[in-house]
Design a protein around this ligand. Structure first.
Ligand SMILES: NC(=O)c1ccc[n+]([C@@H]2O[C@H](COP(=O)([O-])OP(=O)(O)OC[C@H]3O[C@@H](n4cnc5c(N)ncnc54)[C@H](O)[C@@H]3O)[C@@H](O)[C@H]2O)c1
Length: 450
């Protein structure tokens, strides 16, 4: 069959193909093959995760728990499996028919609930940031080491995004050259606001109080520091920064803006910013707001963000532009290095990062191959941008249920979670004490003096 279709044909074909996709019929799994789980903390994140879990047949929610009745009822309604309702999480953990628990309580409760769940023999998925205090870093590491058959996964969903995996692969294969610098931001306007009276409503506003929360570092930066650890291939040596409360004078005791510099081995750096006075994102052609990461290498840069349910993960790749200069004779010379008299500053063209679904393997049928050509052509014209076909939150949850069955170590495992929590703890320490905080300090923190 003729392969070189006209552009109009391929565009038409892309439209027809997406309209012609047959409805996905979910195969119902036998009940004994399903992971039976409980869910602890059915607040905003908990009900969001339950909404995603409600579409998965690899697990069944038998119980939900929350200290707040309205949240408990909401969580039970969202999952829709008529789960048993508990107000005390220890009672839920006592249920013998529950294999696994998912935990989305406020940060200060992560460790006690995770510890008790592991001691009760359950597999655990706990939201980020995994733990709150230095002593919990050491205690959780020891507890997990004693229980190698139990899964512990942390809710860092970027670990499960195909885009982030593809970019990490590009970095490791040297496609971006020498990657020495990253910038990451999570800018909101106005950011978190106080609900009700800060004196009587402390727990409902847990994020805003140091007693329960690690503030912006724990809630936002934790995701992006983990991205930097992956792209820069190490944990930081030290962090320094400035955190202040300049705008939100509403009774909170956390900072409302933070700027951090993480220094990695070999002089690599992550520059981090979280503010609450502008949501502008100067990355991804400003098509998104708030949060993204910029990975900078000598051969190219990548803008990447995980997005959300309505704005899926996306990334753009900017190969480093070839530098040209004009000689006295008026000829163009390429690759002029330092010392050139005139260097053009034209920006490089963004290229799409192709996911496996768009890569031409040679094994696809005619229709599938033409569809891939069509999509790739549309990407290069900027008509369509490649987007992840699945929210990484779905992938992380499916993967957790799968790992509960096959016993495989999660991508976002205990060490990933503890490194991330260490970064959060030390970020807050460096800002509070106005000094460099070395990551090696964690080894001595939270250890009782002999
Ligand atoms: N991965 C992500 O992108 C992401 C996004 C948002 C939140 N989170 C994390 O999810 C967690 C929850 O955040 P949220 O926004 O849902 O907060 P939230 O306040 O909306 O929900 C927390 C819920 O936990 C309940 N709770 C408190 N103590 C409890 C206890 N002892 N036993 C049972 N329930 C208890 C509260 O009543 C509340 O309903 C946090 O750790 C947060 O960092 C992760």
């Amino acid at each position: 069959m003729k392969r070189d279709l006209s552009r109009r044909d391929v565009v038409k074909m892309a439209g027809v193909a997406s309209a012609a996709v047959a409805p996905y019929v979910q195969k119902v799994r036998a009940a004994n093959d399903q992971v039976q789980y409980g869910f602890i903390g059915t607040g905003v994140r908990g009900t969001y995760l339950l909404g995603h879990l409600s579409k998965m047949d690899s697990g069944r929610c038998l119980a939900v728990c929350d200290i707040n009745q309205a949240a408990l009822d909401k969580g039970a309604g969202v999952i829709g499996s008529n789960p048993q309702k508990f107000k005390d999480y220890r009672e839920l953990l006592g249920a013998q028919n529950i294999d696994a628990v998912l935990i989305a309580v406020p940060l200060y409760m992560h460790f006690p609930v995770t510890r008790d769940a592991l001691l009760a023999g359950k597999h655990v998925f706990c939201e980020k940031s995994l733990v709150f205090k230095p002593e919990e870093v050491h205690a959780l590491r020891a507890l997990v080491a004693e229980r190698p058959k139990q899964i512990l996964q942390v809710g860092l969903q970027r670990r499960y995004s195909k885009f982030y995996q593809a970019v990490q692969d590009m970095v490791q294969k040297g496609v971006l050259g020498d990657v020495k610098h990253m910038y990451a931001q999570w800018h909101r306007n106005p950011g978190w606001t106080m609900k009700g009276d800060p004196k009587t409503n402390r727990l409902a506003n847990w994020r805003l109080f140091r007693e329960y929360s690690g503030g912006l570092a724990a809630e936002l930066a934790s995701h992006q520091i983990d991205v930097a650890d992956r792209m820069l291939g190490a944990s930081p040596d030290f962090v320094m920064g400035l955190g202040e409360q300049n705008t939100m004078h509403d009774g909170r005791d956390i900072n409302d803006n933070i700027q951090l510099i993480f220094r990695y081995p070999g002089g690599k750096k992550l520059l981090y910013s979280a503010i609450c006075t502008s949501s502008h994102l100067p990355l991804l052609n400003a098509t998104r707001t708030e949060m993204a990461e910029l990975i900078m290498g000598t051969e190219g840069a990548v803008h990447i963000t995980v997005g959300d349910d309505t704005h899926p993960a996306t990334a753009m790749w900017f190969p480093e532009p070839v530098k040209t200069s004009t000689t006295k004779a008026g000829e163009k010379k390429e690759n002029i290095k330092a010392g050139a008299t005139m260097v053009t500053a034209a920006g490089g063209k963004a290229l799409p990062i192709l996911l496996p679904k768009d890569q031409i393997t040679g094994n696809e049928g005619f229709f599938d191959r033409e569809l891939k050509f069509a999509r790739r052509w549309l990407y290069t014209k900027g008509v369509m941008v490649p987007e992840e076909d699945k929210n990484p939150v779905d992938t992380e949850l499916e993967s957790f249920l799968q790992n509960c069955r096959d016993g495989k170590r999660p991508l976002a495992d205990v060490e990933v979670g503890l490194r991330d929590s260490t970064a959060v703890i030390l970020s807050n320490l460096c800002m509070d004490e106005e000094r460099k905080a070395y990551f090696s300090e964690i080894e001595k923190m939270g250890i009782p003096k002999a």
